[in-house]
Design a protein around this ligand. Structure first.
Ligand code: AP5
Length: 217
């Protein structure tokens, strides 16, 4: 069973890599960002509450995201392992995750900490385009779609995320440094942290992550 956390600033490539690792190792990618965006799209009460925080580049309150993750782990979706993408993001979330996993006697395999310079993150986020239909992620320069504005996978329309505007990006980076970066030491002290240079191209980052995880079982 492979149980991973992908930790890193906005735009470093957590989602891109989590998807690739999920396909290679057949383990689910659990992205709190995707779950929250789905709730916003559905217009649920949770989605309405989350949207105000997301649009401002702030973190959604711990009680909401912890509830989403607890439900997911309870649901049995994670019996063959998991990749947590974008969770935990605060020490309180990490402590609550420890409690849930202890209770279920599940051990974390590794915390993959991906990093890249701020200028690179800003370039990646401002050029990101996402498929409105299947969620596939592209980049106007680094990973362009074959046909402008259309998804290579399903032909759906590509859109720019509301929180990928430059001033919101800067706030997300500030919030990351203040609230999420302390998790690097939290997991280092538990001997779980593995550093990955996220400034390389997508395939090189993927190769590094796969070497860390090892061959497919
Ligand atoms: P979330 O959706 O998790 O956003 P994030 O952490 O800011 O991360 P991103 O999705 O922006 O970036 P990524 O690292 O996945 O990069 P990607 O692979 O797309 O969260 C959004 C919001 O939801 C938060 O701000 C918060 O409000 C809320 N939220 C979510 N989880 C929460 C939690 N636990 N607690 C509280 N609130 C929470 O890549 C970016 C771009 O770069 C793409 O275009 C891609 O094609 C390109 N790219 C990727 N890798 C490379 C590479 N190696 N070289 C060149 N380009 C690359």
């Amino acid at each position: 069973m492979i149980n991973l956390i992908f930790l890193g600033p906005p735009g470093v490539g957590k989602g891109t890599q989590a998807k690739m690792v999920s396909d290679r190792y057949s383990i689910p990618q659990i992205s709190t960002g995707d779950m929250l965006r789905a709730a916003v799209k559905e217009g649920t009460d949770l989605g309405k509450e989350a949207k105000t925080y997301m649009d401002a580049g702030e973190l959604v309150p711990d009680r909401i995201v912890i509830g989403l993750i607890a439900e997911k782990i309870e649901s049995g979706d994670c019996v063959n392992g998991f990749i947590l993408d974008g969770f935990p993001r605060t020490i309180a979330q990490a402590e609550e995750l420890d409690r849930i996993l202890n209770e279920k006697k599940i051990e974390l395999t590794k915390v993959v900490s991906v990093s890249a310079p701020d200028e690179e993150l800003i370039k990646r986020l401002s050029g990101r385009r996402t498929c409105s239909s299947c969620g596939e992620v592209f980049h106007l320069v680094f990973n362009p779609p074959t046909n402008d504005g259309k998804c290579d996978k399903c032909g759906g329309d590509l859109f720019q995320r509301d929180d990928d505007k430059e001033e919101t990006i800067r706030e997300r980076l500030r919030v990351y440094k203040e609230q999420t970066e302390p998790l690097i030491n939290y997991y280092k002290s538990k001997g779980l942290l593995a550093d990955i240079d996220g400034a390389q191209n997508i395939d090189a980052v993927f190769d590094n992550i796969c070497s860390l995880i090892g061959p497919k079982g």
